[in-house]
Structure formats: structure tokens, C-alpha cells
Design a protein around this ligand. Structure first.
Ligand code: AR6
Length: 205
């Protein structure tokens, strides 16, 4: 096991450390302070973390992909809470995030963030996607949370190329973990081996 600063290691753990979602923990990266990024393949709704990030839409109205799966798994209390948020603040812009409790998920909170729709990459999408990660990590730190799980925001219905999205995600998470905060572990939960491979490359494996 490689625990050197900014090192990575592969370890074929046959079972997850927590929860049942994760088939395999493939890569663990540790910052100088011992904080970790875990890349995992599985269903994020089954992951245990203090906060789980949802890839939502601006209307916060639920949808397909991760959004649909999270609402189904968490139950209707989450949409009821979002209804209240929506009536107070209207739409949630790309790059921003709102917080609800997590219903039946094994988490305290869901951070609903709105990724950019990919339109070629020159209309501010990289900044918006980076902001999604930063905002959610900041929300976790403000709540003194230790663990947070992200899906690959914008890489499904919103069409962001996985390699570009992975590079942004890894850069933002690493940058955040290099600063002092309560957050000790960031899990990126990916659907499919191809996504996992791409994130692994972004992590420098
Ligand atoms: N666990 C982990 N990853 C998942 C899961 C899951 N259960 N389900 C899908 N993915 P997407 P977006 C992966 O489309 O691109 C919704 O309709 C998926 O393979 O969920 O940000 C919203 O309401 C992909 O790599 O989110 C919005 O309208 C990644 O998660 C819109 O989709 C993100 O795919 C948001 O689109």
C-alpha cells in the first residue's frame, strides 16, 4: 500500500469499505494531509457518506440518471423539501447547489448541484462544472462533514465528455483537499468500467 504524499495505489479490495454499492475500490489517492479520493464503480444511491451529490437540473424537478435514482431511493420527502426551496429561490443556476436532507439514503444530506449542458466546451461549461464540485465541497466543509460522494456530474444526459469532466473533477477535488477543512474522504462513484478507467487516468494512474 502506497501512502506517500500524492501517491496512488491500486488495491483489489474485493469488497467495499462501507455500504454495498461499490463493486471495487480501485484507486485511492492520498493528499499530504492523509485525505483521500476514492474512485469506485457502483450505484451512488447505495453508498454511505455524510453527503451525497445529485446531478440535478435547474428546475430541481427530478429527472433521469442519478437524479431519478436518488429520488427513488431517498423517497418523496426530498422532493417536498425541494419544492420549498424552489418556491423561495426559483431556479438553481448551473454551477450552483442546494441542500436537502437525505430521506432514506445512508447520508445526512443530499447536495443537488446543476451541471452544465455541454455545448462544445467554449461557453463557460468548464467553469460551471468546476463550480459544481467546489460548491458541494464547500457545503460539506460548512457542515463539518468528513465524507462526500459525487457522481460524474454532467457526463450523462448533459453530454460532457468523460475525459474532460474527469480532469476538472479531479483538479477541483485535489485542490480542495489540499486546503484545511473537515472533509477527509471524497468518493467518486462511477457507472461502468469505462468511466472508472477515465477517472483513473485523470487521477494519474
Ligand atoms: N450511480 C452512479 N452514477 C450514475 C447513476 C447511479 N445510480 N446513474 C447514472 N450515473 P446523469 P447529468 C452516471 O445523466 O449528465 C437528469 O435528468 C451516468 O452514467 O445522471 O448531469 C437531471 O434531472 C453519468 O456518467 O446527469 C438533469 O436533467 C453520470 O452519472 C440531467 O439528467 C451523470 O449522468 C443531468 O444530467
Amino acid at each position: 500500500m502506497c501512502n506517500n504524499a500524492h501517491g496512488t495505489h491500486n488495491r483489489g479490495w474485493g469488497r467495499p469499505t462501507r455500504g454495498e454499492a461499490v463493486k471495487f475500490i480501485v484507486t485511492k489517492w492520498k493528499s499530504i494531509g492523509g485525505k483521500a479520493i476514492l474512485l469506485e464503480e457502483g450505484d451512488i444511491t447505495l453508498v454511505e457518506a455524510d453527503a451525497i451529490v445529485n446531478a440535478a437540473n435547474s428546475r430541481l424537478s427530478g429527472g433521469a440518471g442519478v437524479d431519478g435514482a436518488i429520488h427513488r431511493a431517498a423517497g418523496s420527502s426530498v422532493m417536498t423539501e425541494l419544492d420549498g426551496i424552489r418556491s423561495r429561490m426559483g431556479k438553481c443556476a448551473p454551477g450552483e447547489a442546494v441542500v436537502t436532507k437525505a430521506g432514506r439514503l445512508k447520508a445526512q444530506y443530499i447536495f443537488h448541484t446543476v451541471g452544465p449542458v455541454y455545448r462544445g466546451g467554449e461557453e463557460g461549461e468548464p467553469d460551471e462544472l468546476a463550480s459544481c464540485y467546489r460548491e458541494c465541497l464547500q457545503l460539506a466543509a460548512e457542515r463539518d462533514l468528513k465524507t462526500i460522494a459525487f457522481p460524474a456530474i454532467s457526463t450523462g444526459v448533459y453530454g460532457y465528455p468523460m475525459d474532460q469532466a474527469a480532469a476538472i473533477a479531479v483538479r477541483e477535488i485535489r485542490g480542495f483537499l489540499d486546503q484545511p477543512s473537515s472533509v477527509e474522504e471524497v468518493r467518486v462513484v462511477l457507472f461502468g468500467e469505462e468511466s472508472l478507467r477515465t477517472f483513473k487516468q485523470a487521477l494519474g494512474e
